[in-house]
Design a protein around this ligand. Structure first.
Ligand code: SF4
Length: 379
């Protein structure tokens, strides 16, 4: 394959900080901020109850807080972080993709998906992505910046508000699942992502009280950060975007592989599975004539089998969502079938992901890419 590789970016310079928000703060910091506003400490939990129990983030509606202070409380701790740009629904309204604009004009996406027994939100952890995978629309736009903890948490609040308002047919309940599979590499924004996860897990009134098992963190394979996540001792689901079982191909389609090789990534995933007792998901986007050959299915089975029995891993094949004008396209159905049969013959648990949202530009970054002005050539 040919093509110019974009540089991988880990820590972008932050141009201007997102406004501080209640969601950025620990419990102690919330109490401090409440006292600074001249309110007694107990008001902090009252405020949190509005947000996490009642999903209300408009401080003017915090009716048990003195009216005189609500305006200042709103300005200082509840600035509007996400401005809705567009929203598109498909699958009879069961899939809803929202494009949000942040304080600095950055765009991000989140996708709400209603299934029979659960509701899942796919969220973004960065504006853009610095991992430069050549088949990915987000990767082509590069990394703009890391999201703040509050910008990540706000995506969940907005989705829960939508569900509570009955905007998605079939439920008025809350989210059961959160998957960090939108824009960005979550483990490249480790501190903010982990902070947001702690807010999702924290029981009321200080958090959403979700189960760790309902939260999936995907990574393209930042080995030291996978090891760090293992040490957190949280039974989250880890999804590793492998996309190729051999270094030769993976060096090209997942550039971070030039730093962390297939074996190191799979070892880190295996250690994660052992420590957390959670099955790791190996994500594999099927790309026509690139990584979808039967030989690669055989190789994938070998790579995974070297780490022990099949209980620790599950392969999730993803039909590539073609990006307009891209040479990276979805596999032929016959090749997809042969790939699955090969893995199944070798006893590897495998599923083909359903392609929710294709008709609303469901591939990560596509909607944002359409709404972003064309990049100008450098002077
Ligand atoms: S595939 Fe994932 S890691 Fe790679 S550039 Fe796209 S968003 Fe980033």
């Amino acid at each position: 394959m040919t093509g110019t590789m974009l540089p991988i970016v880990f820590d972008p310079p932050m141009r201007g900080k997102p406004p501080r928000h209640w969601f950025d703060l620990t419990h102690d910091e919330r109490v401090d901020a409440t006292v600074r506003l001249g309110l007694p400490k107990f008001r902090a939990d009252q405020i949190s109850r509005h947000v996490f129990d009642r999903l209300e983030d408009d401080a003017t509606r915090f009716t048990d807080i003195p009216a005189a202070i609500r305006g200042e409380l709103g300005e200082q701790l509840f600035p509007e972080l996400l401005e809705r740009v567009t929203q598109r629904a498909t699958d009879d309204g069961r899939t809803v993709k929202t494009l949000w604009k942040l304080f600095d004009g950055s765009l991000l996406e989140s996708v709400l998906m209603r299934y029979t027994h659960r509701t899942t939100l796919c969220i973004s952890s960065q504006a853009g992505c610095g991992m430069a995978c050549p088949f990915c629309a987000t990767g082509q736009g590069g990394l703009k910046r890391n999201l703040s903890q509050a910008e990540i948490v706000a995506q969940v609040l907005k989705a829960d508000q939508q569900l509570a308002a009955g905007a998605v047919p079939g439920t008025t309940g809350r989210l059961n699942n959160i998957v960090f599979m939108g824009m960005g590499e979550p483990l490249a924004n480790y501190r903010q992502v982990l902070g947001s996860i702690r807010t999702f897990l924290e029981p009321g009134p200080n958090g959403f009280g979700m189960s760790a098992r309902g939260i999936t963190v995907s990574t393209v394979g930042l080995v030291p950060r996978i090891q760090q996540l293992t040490e957190e001792g949280l039974p989250l689901t880890l999804a590793v975007s492998l996309h190729a079982p051999d270094d030769e191909l993976r060096d090209e389609i997942v550039p971070i592989n030039n730093r962390y090789k297939v074996d190191e990534v799979v070892d880190a995933a295996w250690e994660y599975a052992k420590a957390t007792k959670r099955r790791v998901s190996i994500e594999y986007a099927m790309m026509r004539d690139i990584n979808d050959q039967v030989e690669r299915a055989e190789l994938l089975a070998q790579v995974l089998k070297r780490r022990g029995d099949w209980g620790w891993v599950h392969v999730n094949l993803i039909p590539l969502n073609p990006t307009p004008g891209s040479r990276w396209t979805a596999s032929r159905k016959a090749d997809e079938k042969a790939f699955i049969e090969t893995l199944e013959r070798r006893g590897v648990p495998v599923t083909l992901r359903d392609t929710r949202g294709q008709d609303i530009d469901g591939a990560c970054g596509q909607l944002a890419a359409k709404n972003t002005p064309e990049p100008q050539p450098a002077a």
